[in-house]
Design a protein around this ligand. Sequence first.
Ligand SMILES: Nc1ncnc2c1ncn2[C@@H]1O[C@H](COP(=O)(O)OP(=O)(O)OP(=O)(O)O)[C@@H](O)[C@H]1O
Length: 271
Amino acid sequence: MDSRTGPAIELRGASKVFSTPSGMPHTAVRDLDLTVGRGEFVAVVGPTGCGKSTTLTLVSGLTEPTEGEVLIGGEPVRGIPDNVGFVFQQDAVFPWRTVLSNVMAGPRFRGVPKAEARERARQWLHRVGLGAFEDRYPHQLSGGQRKRVALAATFVGDPEILLMDEPFSALDVQTRALMSDELLDLWSGTGASVVFVTHDLEESIALADKVVVMTAGPATVKEVFEIGLPRPRKVEQVRLEKEFTDIYREIWSSLGEEVRITRERGAGHAA
Ligand SMILES: Nc1ncnc2c1ncn2[C@@H]1O[C@H](COP(=O)(O)OP(=O)(O)OP(=O)(O)O)[C@@H](O)[C@H]1O
């Protein structure tokens, strides 16, 4: 596999079995095949607890597969690769550092000289609309602003791969839509490949090139839907288009079945 022209990410027959306190093994991900092309935006949806986050941690190198392979740029993942950026639901910011210092932290850690790191951090803060907030501390910002800091801190590292686990789910609906537009804007032109985990089917269609529907746990890929909506997109506008609602209906008929299975299992356990 040519590391420059092949897929950005590949999972081949990947499974993850956790040992639990009771001693019973728990299979979170089973025989999962997934390919993410270079520069592709892939959203992963599935019922709660099915194994979406575990799939991301396999790609991130935070967890090793029990079986199968996880490749980045054609190479097996060993440890946490340095060309990967993360954005999670919780804001990964240092509360004791200013906004500017937070965004500079990654480049400084990777050995970028201070003046250059400061300059790059300022550029990204400007892009996320926080140019005037560089001296604030995270607790002096709104939730949306903190998320912007997290995005600036991620993009400043020039990641080839972006792993996002429900990054906007703690935000209110309007801020969420704004952040989605902002993400698309920041991402366009970077060439980064994105894996975006979400519970929100609308969000996944509005953002992605491909929506991957996972089965009820253990997670495996049930179906992959290509999203042909043109770019650039504005999430609030794209949601009103007929093509959007048609795709939504089609994907929901696949996802809804897995959600029902998960619910019924839950009811069974409770009984
Ligand atoms: N370290 C662990 N040890 C044991 N079981 C785990 C561990 N991590 C996750 N699991 C289990 O694996 C399954 C999948 O978890 P995961 O967090 O990947 O699901 P998810 O689809 O991301 O969930 P949600 O949609 O609720 O965020 C769950 O049943 C969970 O309890």
